[in-house]
Ligand binder design. Structure first.
Ligand SMILES: CC(C)(COP(=O)(O)OP(=O)(O)OC[C@H]1O[C@@H](n2cnc3c(N)ncnc32)[C@H](O)[C@@H]1OP(=O)(O)O)[C@@H](O)C(=O)NCCC(=O)NCCS
Length: 193
């Protein structure tokens, strides 16, 4: 199967490589600030868990899945590893996929890298499946992720009020989704002259 490479204007989403192990270890360090908004209520992974994730992602697969369940997000200019896109089954029985996005390197936050990554990933997943919808879950304490979704035309489909109470704070759990026909319309209208 051919390698997957998805390029935009700022990022390249590509298959993981063994050479990503060392930089990924640094990016997954439990002290990095991305843990503060990436499902912080689940707790920061231990160094051992982070190491095992880094190894798992960067070990070459004999038969990579189609569609891929995860791709590395790299700076298009120099292929530096900066983040990761992923998806998992919210409900395999009903063909319901949920996406994940993390720009691990905080120096890249606010530069449009997250928005472009999720745009490329959403287009790829709609192209490689016949799924009717895609979504992502976050919480009201993550305005960056919510802004990425809104900017791309995702709709707020669910808001579980005060569902995330931890560590002295209270937030809503939110889900943003997009239907295939909505995505097709948006992609076509953005490429029309
Ligand atoms: C959340 C995240 C994916 C956003 O990606 P990004 O590259 O920083 O976002 P972009 O530069 O594409 O910005 C998209 C929009 O969000 C806004 N934004 C970004 N970070 C923000 C923040 N912390 N607070 C408020 N708005 C923010 C930008 O201003 C932009 O809005 P605009 O379209 O009105 O200009 C990224 O910051 C990240 O990975 N953070 C740590 C991990 C995480 O929270 N992952 C998501 C878990 S659900």
């Amino acid at each position: 199967m051919d390698d997957v490479v998805l390029e935009g204007e700022k990022v390249r989403l590509r298959d993981w490589r063994p050479g990503d192990l060392q930089p990924l270890r640094g990016l997954l360090d439990p002290a990095r600030p991305w843990h503060e908004t990436n499902g912080p209520y689940f707790g920061t992974p231990t160094a051992a868990a982070a190491d095992s994730t880094a190894r798992e992602l960067t070990t070459a697969k004999a038969e990579p899945s189609d569609p891929r369940t995860s791709l590395a997000v790299c700076d298009l200019r120099d292929d530096r590893l900066i983040g990761r896109v992923s998806w998992y089954w919210e409900s395999r029985q009903t063909d319901w996929r949920r996406m994940g996005l993390v720009i691990y390197d905080e120096q890249y936050w606010g530069g449009g890298y997250g928005t472009e990554s999720l745009r490329l990933w959403t287009t790829y997943l709609f192209a490689r499946t016949d799924t009717l919808r895609l979504d992502f879950a976050t919480f009201s304490g993550n305005p960056g992720m919510i802004a990425v979704g809104r900017r791309l035309g995702f709709v707020e489909e669910g808001r579980f009020r005060r569902a995330r109470r931890w560590s002295g704070g209270v937030h809503d759990s939110v889900v943003y989704g997009v239907l295939r026909e909505e995505w097709d319309r948006m992609i076509h209208s953005s490429t029309e002259p």
